[in-house]
Design a binder for this molecule. Structure first.
Ligand code: DHB
Ligand code: MG
Length: 222
């Protein structure tokens, strides 16, 4: 009953506040097409990313974990025509699906999709000097979140924001002895954040149509 209520509230508020065009609706189907549970961000979280990018005035955005391009579209639509979004995807079949969704959304001119493991691609992005990025969104494999965060810090500047998805994992983040690499990833990430003087961060738990999870918002202050 509780999860049903969370989903009802999402449906109600999204119905009033979160408009999705055909391109977003198509991109939202990527999970089902790949035979996966819903792993793209929820519509209200997609819009939050869009608003954060607008509020920050980001003209360079980095995304780690493209999946079907749903969050990419929300973020890319916050850019002006001369803005740039670089998005990294390790799984070629996801990248192919994302490419067509990004084209359908009319933002292919602003989106630079890199296929390959992000830990291999990020040094290339640094060497190319594309940054600094005003906003970084981390939404890839959870075991490597601390490493992605370190790269995000290297590629940002004072005033940039770093948003990280799935940092609560249905509450498993508190399971200190869990052998699950994702749990250890989100725990190491929080410990890394706590020790990092160059950012000020907070984690917000979420419930809704995607169950119980959460995201971290980190502001680069130094
Ligand atoms: C998973 C990944 C995600 O990014 C997410 O938002 C939910 C679930 C997963 O891999 O299970
Ligand atoms: Mg996610």
């Amino acid at each position: 009953m509780t999860e049903e209520l969370w989903a009802q509230v999402d449906d109600y508020t999204n119905g009033l506040l979160v408009e999705q065009d055909a391109a977003l609706k198509t991109a939202a189907k990527a999970s089902a097409e790949a035979g996966l549970p819903e792993i793209a961000v929820a519509p209200n979280q997609g819009k939050l990313l869009h608003l954060l990018a607008l509020a920050n005035g980001a003209d360079r955005i980095l995304e780690i974990g493209t999946f079907g391009g749903y969050s990419t579209i929300w973020l890319g639509r916050a850019l002006t025509e001369d803005g740039k979004l670089v998005t990294c995807e390790a799984e070629p079949s996801f990248a192919a699906r994302a490419k067509s969704n990004i084209e359908a959304a009319g933002i292919a001119d602003r989106v630079d999709l890199r296929i390959g493991k992000a830990l291999d691609t990020l040094p290339v992005i640094e060497a190319e000097g594309i940054g600094p990025f005003g906003l970084v969104f981390i939404d890839a494999d959870k075991a490597n979140i601390p490493e992605y965060f370190d790269w995000a810090l290297r590629l940002t500047r004072r005033g940039s924001v770093i948003v990280v998805d799935n940092v609560v994992l249905q509450g498993l983040v508190t399971a200190a002895d869990s052998p699950n690499p994702a749990v250890q990833g989100v725990r190491r990430f929080h410990e890394r954040l706590a020790a990092e003087p160059r950012v000020s961060a907070t984690t917000v738990q979420t419930v809704g149509g995607r169950g119980h999870d959460g995201f971290t918002f980190a502001l680069v202050t130094g």
